[in-house]
Design a protein around this ligand. Structure first.
Ligand SMILES: CC(C)(COP(=O)(O)OP(=O)(O)OC[C@H]1O[C@@H](n2cnc3c(N)ncnc32)[C@H](O)[C@@H]1OP(=O)(O)O)[C@@H](O)C(=O)NCCC(=O)NCCS
Length: 142
């Protein structure tokens, strides 16, 4: 299934067309006016071994939930630091909700302040802290 969110516009740049499109089984690409500027992959976290350590550490109350794992989220260099990460995450949340996921999970290096700030601005919470932070977002009410 192709998920194509047309005309989800940047507030400050309302003339730009933003698309978040499923590229293959798990990879999604974000484009602005036809140029790919970022990507991520999204996987059912309980079905893929790369998310096993995150699932194992999830708080008990979330263990029975439908969990979507976010991996390799990133923007091309020249598009970083301009707020496009918010559009990426807005679209990930749309996809997750449309597929009836309850929770998003990800891991991020504790040195990656920009990414952590982005996730916190979406109300992600840290459930395990260290060199790597494990974070989740409960989609109920989002
Ligand atoms: C992480 C990433 C997706 C964030 O997207 P972005 O559009 O560049 O981020 P933004 O410009 O919206 O900044 C996000 C927040 O961090 C803050 N921020 C920006 N630069 C920062 C910095 N150098 N240090 C700390 N905080 C910073 C911003 O102020 C913003 O917070 P605000 O919304 O409260 O103002 C993007 O920078 C990226 O692709 N980085 C390289 C790959 C990567 O690190 N991916 C994450 C893997 S877990």
């Amino acid at each position: 299934m192709i998920n194509n969110f047309k005309n989800f516009l940047l507030k400050e740049n309302s003339n730009k067309e933003v698309n978040f499109v499923k590229f293959n089984d798990n990879v999604y690409k974000l484009s602005i006016n036809g140029d790919v500027i970022g990507s991520t992959y999204l996987q059912d976290a309980k079905k893929f071994t790369m998310f096993k350590s995150i699932i194992d550490l999830l708080p008990d109350e979330l263990k029975d939930k439908k969990v979507l794992g976010i991996g390799e989220l990133g923007l091309m260099n020249k598009y970083q630091g301009q707020g496009y990460g918010k559009i990426l995450m807005d679209n990930i949340i749309r996809i997750a909700k449309s597929q009836n996921y309850d929770v998003l999970v990800l891991s991020v290096s504790s040195e990656n302040e920009r990414a952590i700030n982005l996730y916190k601005s979406f109300n992600f919470e840290i459930f395990r802290d260290g060199f790597v932070k494990y974070m989740f977002l409960d989609l109920k009410g989002v």
